[in-house]
Design a protein around this ligand. Structure first.
Ligand code: PLP
Length: 461
């Protein structure tokens, strides 16, 4: 098929939308090590998880056998309002780079939440509603997840309590405004609504909060209030499965034109958008079929896969959550304050971690934020869309791979995930433009400090 026959945007019709999510865990050669209860250090059971998570979501979390899980009708109905998300052929970027490579991106930033997170929040809210719960609690830092969850809860008529890190609450009043429009209650964390919050406030009255503290508050509220459960927007197996909708759509759309990627690239914070984009292509790899080369991109200032340790660690700074075997910088690791580009999580999805450890996820690459914003700015100018800083990590590597093709003359097909829009990150763009943005690559000594916080767990690690 000649180049001009592939349109700028390849869309699926409603009838072609996926009807089941893909659970890559069911096909993995080695399952990831079980998640451990922080008190007993035994693998968590459905009984352990049920007071914290909705029952159906707890089952999905533990499901290592069903490769395809039907998407309930109500969720498919909601998906239809904003899906399929566009799969775009980046003709203008290709031309700008003078590359023979074909570049495609899957854009998840077109919904009001501004990112892929809505794909999972709507599923999680649906199961909470179906269980007859009153509401859900969560934490949010920058606000993307809180916004996506507020939208989903507004749709299903669920109470939504978002513990928002106090500094973000103060600095991002518009995020709060959006969440409140959808009916959510936003509580600056630490707060006096929970025991852990009151304790922290008594010890540090002037603290501006942390994600770890907000998680502890959200979990405490959920387990101490009848009819509430806690939900999370990344890292978990269930979230990766919900996000497989991204890859399933992308693969089906490319197939319509006889296209198949040679390289699949995604940014990785907790691993959900990359996990979702690569899922059906990873199925090809795991089943021994022709498959792409996979690249995970992370910030040089928070390099969990490229420089972290593959060990059991807590999922939160407050150490109230279970332990997961994953690539981690240590739960106390906090990226340098000049880091504006998102993807600040200290760990990584256990599924992605295992796939990387076993060599199925081929490569992790760390990039510096000024290089990321350079790519973001170029992309915005030639392709029109203002990308989220997180997504721009993937753009950076897609551009680098396309430039390699210019050197070698190879006509590779590159697919990357454009996980969100940059509308809420204008201050980071301004700092890049003004030249005040800097890079920070942690020294080995700095990383050692974080590693010290990883529990030793004799006989388990
Ligand atoms: C939250 C977020 C990410 C990082 O989370 P993953 O779970 O790694 O996908 C990436 N991009 C955007 C736009 C986000 O909002």
């Amino acid at each position: 098929m000649s180049k001009s026959e592939i349109p700028y945007k390849i869309n699926l019709s409603e009838s072609e939308l996926p009807k089941a999510w893909y659970n890559v865990r069911a096909d993995m050669k080695t399952d990831h090590r079980p998640i451990l209860h922080p008190g007993t250090l035994k693998p968590v059971t459905l009984e352990d998880l049920s007071p914290v998570f909705c029952t159906e979501l707890a089952k999905q979390e533990l499901n290592a056998t069903d490769a395809y899980v039907e998407i309930p009708f109500e969720i498919r109905e909601f998906y239809k309002m904003y899906r399929p998300s566009p799969l775009v052929r980046a003709y203008c970027l290709e031309k700008e780079l003078k590359t023979p490579a074909k570049i495609y991106y899957k854009f998840e930033g077109g919904n009001t939440s501004g990112s892929h997170k809505l794909n999972s929040s709507i599923a999680q809210a649906y199961y909470a509603k179906a269980q007859g719960l009153k509401g859900v609690t969560t934490e949010t830092g920058a606000g993307q997840w809180g916004t996506a969850l507020s939208m989903a809860c507004g749709y299903f008529g669920l109470d939504c309590r978002v513990y928002m890190v106090k500094v973000s609450y103060q600095q991002k009043p518009y995020r709060k405004g959006v969440m409140e429009t959808y009916g959510a209650t936003i509580i600056p964390s630490p707060s006096d609504t929970t025991e852990v919050g009151r304790k922290i406030l008594a010890e540090h009255p002037d603290t501006t909060g942390s994600l770890g503290c907000a998680i502890s508050e959200a979990v405490e509220y959920a387990v101490t209030h009848e009819g509430y459960r806690y939900v999370l927007g990344s890292v978990l197996n269930q979230v990766l499965m919900h996000q497989s909708i991204i890859g399933l759509e992308a693969k089906a759309a490319m197939e319509k034109y006889g296209e198949y990627p040679d390289i699949v690239i995604g940014c990785a914070g907790g691993g959900s958008n990359l996990g979702g984009l690569m899922a059906p292509f990873m199925e090809d790899r795991l089943k021994g079929r022709h498959a792409p080369y996979f690249i995970a991109v992370e910030p040089a200032s928070c390099p969990s896969m490229t420089r972290g340790k593959f060990m059991y660690d807590f999922c939160d700074t407050g150490k109230v959550t279970p332990l997961a075997k994953m690539y981690t910088l240590g739960a106390t690791y906090i990226p340098s304050p000049n880091h504006a580009g998102g993807l600040r999580y200290h760990g990584m999805s256990p599924i992605l971690s295992q796939l990387y450890h076993d060599g199925y996820l081929d490569e992790a690459r760390a990039v510096e934020q000024t290089k990321v914003f350079e790519a973001a700015t170029l992309f915005a100018r030639v392709e029109g869309t203002l990308p989220a800083p997180e997504s721009s990590h993937a753009i950076r590597v897609a551009i680098d791979e396309a430039l390699k093709c210019r050197e070698t003359g190879e006509q590779k097909t590159i697919l990357f995930g454009l996980s969100g829009t940059g509308y809420f990150d204008i201050s980071a763009y301004m700092s890049y433009k003004e030249g005040t943005m800097t890079d920070h690559i942690p020294t080995d000594e700095e990383l050692e400090e974080g590693f010290k916080g990883i529990p030793s767990l004799p006989g388990i690690q």
